[in-house]
Each structure stands twice: as structure tokens, then as C-alpha cells.
Design a protein around this ligand. Structure first.
Ligand SMILES: NC(=O)C[C@H](N)C(=O)O
Length: 521
């Protein structure tokens, strides 16, 4: 049965439609895999097994009649940020203890309408704030990937007895997995870990400054943040509303295209969702990229970037060139201001969005001597360190006297960043290629990151620009580092041109192959 969990969505879809397997069988295989692996990986915070079985049964009834949607019978995991009716939705925060919404987010409703089966809610950084999944109230998620060491042994040439038997000698290599646990990235760490470890066929995720693409890169999976407005934000717990976008994490580019097609829609309940038809993204896969103009932004060559990342980038450039693309150097001159500006805009919006958690309307309430005391005690107990840090930064940059110096400036910088991209695209660039992250996955409880939050924020250096400009970006696995850990490349496209991203990412995937962790859990 466990083999069923190794099918990609497109493979499972074909087998389900051909009645070679049933939705119940594949769902049971995933539930068993979760039961076995979750104590080690902590990817799921809730497993909705009864619901999964009911949904699978309903899918089987439809499939038996030759009916069903595009995802009929496909088991998925859902990031805990998505409101799921009657089911635990806590953004992995203590402050939302016991919260079960009476509504379903538009994105998840779209998936269920297309026949997908819900396996459970996935772990994440608290309120999506983080790049390591260590700020979750439910504890860190473990990356299924581990560093490995390659030992080369020189085998001596041996002689045996008078017969003069001679062994060939030479070298032998052995790969040993390191025991150190690594982060899966964040904030969608549960989604990335679960997809990579075969604990769901695909997962929903969100990306405010890199939360889909960075964990995808850290786990050898594919993650796309679509254009702002492509997926409805309705029913998703808000972090920074002008930046938040939902998207999928999947095992390959085709699966990501299938999932995004289902998740995306125009929604009157979210005024920022855009009224444009959702194309058949899968149709873009396999289309040649001959003549496509690929921009390489010189400002993404940041100080201290490891040689391995530069080498990966060069490899990506060579693959696209070999496939007939034209490579052009471009300049995005305001890139270096993106990270500081993001860490003003995002906390500012967060401080406003998170004001609603007051102990009255949702979740946790810690009694106090009066209402103000109750607010204070609830918020002090309910929010974790990183969330408190962002609320304080956000409140500060919005306060009278500082608003102009910080928030207003950051908004201006945001416009300049957007204009940089517009200039590149109007000059004829079709897609931009960059590394997805400045490093491979790092260790859980990494001392440097824990001591200095800015080090953690630097994880977002290549991804935040895309959110600031509202553009689509995809992370696609492109190789392994010297320690055997996955590394990803990022492609950035024109607004609403996700098709070009899938088309180009598929070329990289074809050249690089797909990557699976060695099973230890
Ligand atoms: N939410 C995100 O996109 C993650 C980003 N690292 C942040 O902490 O803001």
C-alpha cells in the first residue's frame, strides 16, 4: 500500500480514473504513512482521518460512475492558516486555542469542490512568521532531508596465498546520514515536509515573503506563489494582507500546475482577487522555451553567497540556454532595499491584523482583574516571541512621528522595486532566474539564527522582492549541495503569467531531475 503514497498527483489521477486504485486505498495508505512518520517529523498538527475516509468514499462513488472533478480522490494536506469549517484552525498559535471556524476558506473550498480529500492540518510558523518552522506553538517541524557524509575508502591491493590471488584495490565510497535534524524552512514547513516525506500528495501553503518558495527549496519540492490576487485570501488567517498569497507545494511541476488551477479563482468575498480566467496551467508544460528571454539580475549576486549557490545558478542558466532561451543580464537596482522594506511593511500590517486577538472573540482567554488586564494577559500568554517582536515593530513604525520615516518610506521603496521589475519586463524579458535561497536547510535550533533575528530574515533575501511587487514566483529543485541537501532555483514572471513559470520550471526539472530524501523516519 505504501507505494501509493509515491504516486504523483498526475499518476494517481490516471490510476483513479482507470479504476486501478480507489480513493479509499490511497487515502488509507497516506493515513498509515502519517501515523508512522508524524511522531518523527511533526508535520501534521491534526489528522482528520474520519473526514478523509468520508471524502474518499464519496470520491469512489463518483469515480465508479465515471464522474468527479480534476482532483477526485487525491489526498492533500492543508496549512493551518486556512480556515476549515468545524476543524482546528489556529495558525499554529496558542492565542487561537480551540478555534474551529464556521466557514471554509475559498481556496480549500475550491479543492474540495474538485474532489480532493483532506488529510489534516499542517504545522507552520506561528501566524506564518518565520523561515524555519520553529516559531510554531506545536513545536518545530523536521525536514525529512538529512546531511550526508561521503567517505571514500582506499581498498588495498591484497595477495592471498601462493596462488597469488590479487584483489583489484581501488576506492569504495559509503554515504552516511548525519543525525542532526534540519529545519524544513518556513513558514509552510509542515506543508513542505509532508509533501517531501510522502505524507500527502500535495499541500496548500501561503507566501508573504517566501513562505512557499523557501521551504520548497529546503525540501526538494516545487512551490509556486502566484500573482497577488490570483487566489482568494478569503478565510485564510491574515498576516500581512497586501503581501499574503496562497499557492501549492507539490512533488513536481506538473502537480503544482494541477493544484494551482484548482486553488485559483475570482472571489467576490476578496476584493483583491482579480477577475481573470484561470488558464489550464498544465497545458504550458512541455512547450518549448526557444527564443524566450531570461533575465539574470546582477543585484542577486549578494555578498557572502556560497559558491555552491552561484554554481547552481550557472547550471540553471546553462540548462535554459541549451533549451534555446536567450540569456540577458538585467539590473533591478532597488533589490537591496527590499528586505528592510518588507520587514517594515509586513510587521505594520501584522500589528493591525493581529489586534483582533483580544481574548474576547477567539481562542484563548486569560482572566484579568478588568478588561484591559484580560487583554494584556491573554496577548502576553497567547503570542510567541517572534509574533510579539513583529507586533512591536509594526506598532512602532505606524506610530505618530515614525510613520513618515518608516512606513511611508517603505511604501515608496516598494513602488521602486515594482518599477524595477516593470522595466525589465517592458524591455522584453519573459522570465527572471535567481537562486531561491542563499543556503541549503540549516539545523534546528541553529545558534546564529536564534541569537540574531536578522540572520533568519536573510533567508528571504531572494523571495521578498516578488511579494513586494505582487509578482508570481516559483521555486524548483535544481540539485544537491556537497552534503546531499536540496537546493532550488527561482523563476519570477510577469503578473498573471504563471504559465511561463510552469513552462520554464519544467525545463529545469527535466534537466535536474526530481529529488527524494533517503528514508530514515
Ligand atoms: N510568511 C513568510 O512568507 C515568511 C517570511 N520568512 C516571514 O517571516 O515573514
Amino acid at each position: 500500500m505504501s507505494d501509493l503514497t509515491h504516486l504523483t498527483i498526475s499518476q494517481a489521477r490516471a490510476k483513479l480514473r482507470a479504476r486501478e486504485i480507489t480513493a479509499t486505498e490511497i487515502t488509507e495508505a497516506y493515513l498509515q504513512a502519517i501515523e508512522r512518520a508524524n511522531p518523527a517529523l511533526n508535520a501534521y498538527v491534526v489528522v482528520t482521518d474520519d473526514k478523509a475516509r468520508d471524502m474518499a468514499r464519496a470520491s469512489d462513488a463518483k469515480l465508479a460512475k465515471g464522474e468527479g472533478g480534476s482532483l477526485e480522490g487525491i489526498p492533500l494536506g492543508v496549512k493551518d492558516l486556512f480556515g476549515t469549517e468545524g476543524i482546528h484552525t489556529q495558525a499554529c498559535s496558542h492565542v487561537l486555542d480551540g478555534f474551529k471556524p464556521h466557514y471554509e476558506s475559498t481556496v480549500t473550498a475550491n479543492l474540495w469542490a474538485d474532489g480532493a480529500v483532506m488529510l489534516g492540518k499542517l504545522n507552520m510558523d506561528e501566524f506564518a512568521m518565520g523561515s524555519s518552522n520553529e516559531s510554531s506553538y506545536y513545536g518545530p517541524v523536521v525536514n525529512p532531508w538529512r546531511r550526508s557524509r561521503v567517505d571514500t575508502m582506499v581498498m588495498p591491493t591484497t595477495h592471498q596465498g601462493d596462488g597469488g590471488f590479487v584483489s583489484a584495490g581501488g576506492t569504495r565510497t559509503a554515504r552516511t546520514l548525519d543525525n542532526a535534524q534540519l529545519v524544513p524552512g518556513g513558514s509552510s514547513g509542515g506543508s513542505a515536509s509532508a509533501v517531501s516525506a510522502f505524507l500527502c500528495a500535495g499541500a496548500t501553503a501561503t507566501d508573504t515573503g517566501g513562505s512557499i518558495r523557501q521551504p520548497a527549496a529546503f525540501t526538494g519540492t516545487v512551490g509556486i506563489k502566484p500573482t497577488y490576487g490570483r487566489c482568494s485570501r478569503w478565510g485564510i488567517v491574515a498576516f500581512a494582507s497586501s503581501l499574503d498569497q496562497a499557492g501549492p507545494i507539490a512533488r513536481d511541476v506538473r502537480d503544482a500546475a494541477i493544484l494551482l488551477k484548482s486553488m485559483a479563482s475570482v472571489d467576490p468575498k476578496d476584493t483583491t482577487s482579480v477577475d481573470r480566467p484561470v488558464p489550464d496551467y498544465e497545458a504550458a508544460i512541455g512547450k518549448p522555451i526557444k527564443g524566450m528571454k531570461v533575465g539574470i539580475p546582477r543585484e542577486y549576486r549578494v555578498d557572502g553567497m556560497p559558491d555552491e549557490i552561484e554554481a547552481l545558478w550557472q547550471k540553471g542558466i546553462a540548462w535554459l540556454k541549451d533549451a534555446g532561451a536567450e540569456i540577458v543580464d538585467i539590473s533591478l537596482p532597488h533589490t537591496r532595499y527590499a528586505l528592510p522594506a518588507y520587514y517594515i511593511v509586513a510587521p505594520a500590517e501584522a500589528s493591525s491584523n493581529l489586534a483582533r486577538y483580544d481574548g474576547v472573540r477567539y481562542g484563548l482567554r486569560v482572566p484579568g482583574k478588568d478588561i484591559v488586564d484580560m487583554y494584556e494577559k491573554t496577548r502576553a500568554a497567547g503570542f510567541g516571541r517572534e509574533v510579539k517582536r513583529r507586533i512591536m515593530i509594526g506598532t512602532y513604525v505606524l506610530s505618530a512621528g515614525y510613520y513618515d520615516a518608516y512606513y511611508l518610506q517603505a511604501q515608496k521603496v516598494r513602488n521602486l522595486i515594482k518599477r524595477d521589475f516593470e522595466n525589465a519586463f517592458t524591455a522584453g524579458v519573459d522570465v527572471i532566474l535567481t537562486p531561491a535561497t542563499p543556503s541549503a536547510a540549516f539545523g534546528i535550533a541553529d545558534e546564529d539564527m536564534a541569537a540574531d533575528p536578522v540572520k533568519m530574515y536573510l533567508n528571504d533575501i531572494f523571495t521578498v522582492t516578488v511579494n513586494m511587487a505582487g509578482l508570481p514566483g516559483i521555486a524548483v529543485p535544481a540539485g544537491l549541495d556537497a552534503k546531499g541537501l536540496p537546493l532550488g532555483l527561482q523563476l519570477i514572471g510577469r503578473p498573471f503569467d504563471e504559465e511561463t513559470l510552469f513552462q520554464t520550471a519544467h525545463v529545469i526539472e527535466q534537466a535536474a531531475g526530481t529529488f527524494q530524501p533517503e528514508k530514515w523516519w
